[in-house]
Design a protein around this ligand. Structure first.
Ligand SMILES: [Zn+2]
Ligand SMILES: [Zn+2]
Length: 346
């Protein structure tokens, strides 16, 4: 990584903080939150290493981070939030005015501002900083006895629960989750919590296969294991629902092979913008293929599932670093052979 690239994403300095606080004091309708912990996501790593995430290119200094929690320092008069309360922050800031928002499709807002994203200019600043100024409706209070690094999973768990919602009822269903990173691991736990009969994990990495089991999978296997693969391809597929959380082209073929006729595939992995697609098999098996993007109202559910321990993300935490050590944290997070989710304590 070049020096220029590493400067394109900043962690806010003490001096900036003083300036920001002065500004924040004038915004009485906002909530000032002292950030406690944040999870490093793939897009944060892309911004830091390459100055871009997909089509979003950094054009000015931007604070990264969209998976974070903190403590309310000041709240607007009349707000239900209390000073000292612990809150998970929903990084989505939909406009609530466009047609999609009015139809309740907040994740498809036509002018969505998402914290820690360079999609718009000026960029929407993120959460890896000591203080953030957010809207009251972005703050979800949680039980203070739950560790902040656990609650930092509120955002990625929302993504997982949204995908489970997209699949419809999972009660009694056989489910496969391809890819056992953070999102795959959380989908495994969420599918179990939603009543799936059997949930299997599939990943090329032995370490990730173990993570899948730790997150509640009944079994996990490698897509390179011929014996296992043959077993799930037999009789035109084994699974009622397959969640594809990698976006890797070969995994798309696997998804179609393993899913029963009339089964469902939920696409969570971004991958390349265009890939080879097994169209005839997909058609003949009448597979329902659904995209799943971010989340809508699932954020509140995710906060509840974490604070009630319905989902325990602990096996996904591969490192905890202080803000002073942010660069090492990002480098560690980028090493997928060792890391699932790296947490920054702020
Ligand atoms: Zn994320
Ligand atoms: Zn909108």
């Amino acid at each position: 990584m070049t020096e220029v690239q590493s400067k394109s994403c900043i962690i806010r300095s003490e001096q900036d903080l003083i300036i920001e606080n002065r500004i924040l004091n004038h915004e009485e309708d906002k909530v000032l939150v002292q950030v406690e912990a944040g999870g490093i996501c793939g897009s944060d790593i892309h911004y830091y290493q390459h100055g871009r995430a997909g089509a979003s290119v950094i054009q000015e200094p931007m604070i990264i981070g969209h998976e974070f929690v903190g403590i309310v320092k000041t709240a607007p008069v009349g707000s239900a939030l209390k000073v000292g309360q612990k809150v998970a922050i929903n990084p989505s800031q939909p406009c609530y005015q466009c047609e999609r928002c009015r139809n309740g499709q907040l994740n498809h807002c036509q002018s969505m501002r998402f914290m820690g994203s360079a999609q718009h200019f000026p960029h929407t600043q993120g959460g890896f900083t000591q203080y953030v100024s957010v809207n009251t409706n972005q703050c979800f209070p949680y039980d203070a006895s739950i560790a902040s690094e656990i609650m930092a999973f509120s955002e990625p768990l929302s993504v997982a629960i949204h995908a489970v919602n997209k699949a419809g009822s999972l009660i009694g269903k056989k489910v496969l989750v391809i890819g056992s990173g953070t999102i795959g691991g959380l989908v495994i736990a969420a599918a179990k919590a939603a009543g799936a009969q059997v949930v299997l994990g599939c990943d090329v990495s032995e370490r990730s296969c173990k993570v899948a089991i730790d997150m509640g999978a009944d079994h996990s296997f490698s897509p390179l294991d011929h014996e296992e693969v043959t077993k799930y391809q037999q009789d035109n597929g084994y699974f009622d629902v397959t969640f594809e959380a990698t976006g890797v082209p070969s995994a798309i073929q696997t998804t179609v092979d393993f899913t029963k006729p009339n089964g469902k595939c939920i696409q969570l992995g971004m991958g390349n913008s265009s890939i080879e697609y097994p169209i005839s098999q997909f058609l003949v098996k009448e597979i329902e293929w659904t995209g799943s993007f971010r989340f809508n109202t699932e954020f509140a559910v995710a906060v509840n599932w974490l604070e009630t321990k319905r989902v325990d993300p602990t096996p996904l935490i591969s490192g905890v670093f202080s803000l002073d050590d942010a660069e090492s944290a990002i480098i560690a997070a980028a090493d997928k052979s060792k890391s699932t989710k790296v947490i920054l304590k702020i």
